[in-house]
Design a protein around this ligand. Structure first.
Ligand code: ATP
Ligand code: MG
Length: 414
């Protein structure tokens, strides 16, 4: 037997309806906010992510699926969505379109990580990116969109964590203060943080190591160092969220895992799925487009992990409806009934009804069992009597109730 690669998953028929449902909700939510879909390739030139994600991140340092293709080009499977969207935005000149440009994607992502619950090597993200508007209202709108999507799937108990990590100017000042503090506490940091504190001290704030957490607890806070513009921007974001009745928590330790963020950063976090509790993370990334060779176009967005979202629906007992339920099973008995069932099934399918019938000449009892296994909502038995009278009983399986109707009225019945 050949096994599935570590950290990947099959979505089996008994689960796939859930994926279809959440993807549909994602698309519907995007539509409500006037956000259009963009699809980018599964792989890109490695440089896209080196530049886009940043070389002090876990993703670039340890997690990328990078290989040389047969033409000796360095190729990387998309570890996240934003950089690829920015590459497309620049290459296809999308910045010339009406601004702000609002885009979404549903994409597989690949990261070479240690697999565990909610942490896979291939996973999927619903992501939204808005380009070309610097105002706090876009930050708030993007957060509202994520929240609206989560609620549309039935998840209401996530905590919204909010922070601002300032702009180039005020963060530079803060970085120095933070570095000085971290140097003083160097010996208490994990080896990785000791290494990265000079290059990207903010990343230490995000470290999950317990000793680092202790150091971080007393570290100077970025919020105390924001410049006047960043402060005003952050306050406006909060004010707008409050005006829509959104609750949030200011969390000065969230800095996000990617290098490109500026100002607003946020996460939707759950305590119900353990360590992998961050379902959605996002923020503003005003320098990214320019740093990838495009015009000075600001941006804000989020990435939301769909596997973690599904995990959460299970943990919280949120019911996801199976919209693919079989509407009708036709159980034929006898040669002429079989012929009739075959063409009737096709006729009803053309009219939009989902129909299944027998393929094995099974007994009526076996067919009823089969219909039950398929989860058929209704069953019609078609025998000599029904053919002669032109009338059938539609049996509703949920409560066994039977309704008599003319055979050639079945289309209207459904
Ligand atoms: P974490 O801190 O859990 O590693 P991250 O900061 O690396 O998350 P992002 O790069 O912000 O995650 O990705 C956005 C979302 O994608 C996450 O909030 C999470 O829901 C999901 N995600 C990230 N990595 C994985 C993974 N390996 N498997 C499943 N989902 C993931
Ligand atoms: Mg990660």
């Amino acid at each position: 037997m050949i096994n599935i690669p570590k950290g990947t998953k099959d979505v089996l028929p008994k689960e796939s309806y859930k994926w279809q449902y959440i993807e549909k909700k994602a698309r519907e939510t995007a539509k409500k906010y006037s956000v259009k879909e963009i699809r980018t390739p599964t792989f890109e030139h490695t440089e896209v992510f080196l530049r886009g994600v940043g070389d002090t991140t876990d993703i670039v340092n340890k997690e990328m699926y990078t290989f040389l293709d047969k033409g000796e080009r360095s190729i990387t499977l998309k570890p996240e969505g934003t950089s690829a969207v920015v590459r497309a935005l620049i290459e296809d000149g999308l910045f010339n379109e009406a601004l702000p440009l609002k885009l979404y994607y549903i994409t597989p992502c690949f990261r070479y990580e240690r697999p565990q619950a909610g942490r896979l090597r291939e996973f999927h993200q619903f992501g939204v990116e808005v380009f070309g508007a610097a105002g706090a209202d876009v930050d708030a709108e993007v957060i509202l969109l994520a929240k609206e999507f989560l609620e549309s799937v039935g998840i209401t108990e996530l905590e919204l964590n909010l922070n601002s990590i300032g702009c180039k100017t005020c963060r530079a000042e803060y970085n120095e203060v933070l570095k000085a503090y971290l140097r003083e506490n160097q010996e208490k940091l994990c080896p990785l943080c000791r290494e990265r504190m000079e290059k990207n001290p903010l990343r230490v704030l995000d470290c999950k190591d317990e000793d680092c957490r202790l150091v971080v607890k007393n570290a100077p806070r970025i919020l105390d160092y924001l410049c006047a513009e960043c402060k005003e921007h952050f306050e406006k974001v909060q004010k707008l969220l409050r005006s829509c009745g959104v609750q949030y928590k200011i969390n000065p330790d969230i800095v996000r895992g990617l290098d490109y963020y500026t100002r607003t950063v946020f996460e939707f976090v759950s305590t119900a799925i353990g360590a992998q509790g961050t379902v959605c993370g996002g923020g503003r990334y005003d320098g990214l487009v320019e740093s990838m060779g495009g015009p000075a176009l600001c941006g804000v967005g989020f990435g939301l992990g769909l596997e973690r979202l599904l995990l959460l629906t299970e943990k919280l007992g949120v019911n996801i409806p199976d919209e693919n339920a079989l509407q009708l099973y036709i159980a034929p008995m006898g040669e002429s009934a079989y012929e009739k069932a075959f063409s009737l099934a096709e006729e009803l399918r053309k009219a939009g009804v989902s129909v299944e019938t027998d393929h094995f000449g099974r007994s009526l009892k076996a067919q009823m069992k089969y219909a039950d296994k398929l989860g058929a909502q209704n069953v019609v038995v078609l025998g000599e009597n029904e053919l002669a009278s032109g009338e059938v009983f539609v049996k509703r399986m949920s409560d066994g109730q039977q309704v008599k109707t003319a055979l050639n009225n079945l289309k209207e019945y459904f």
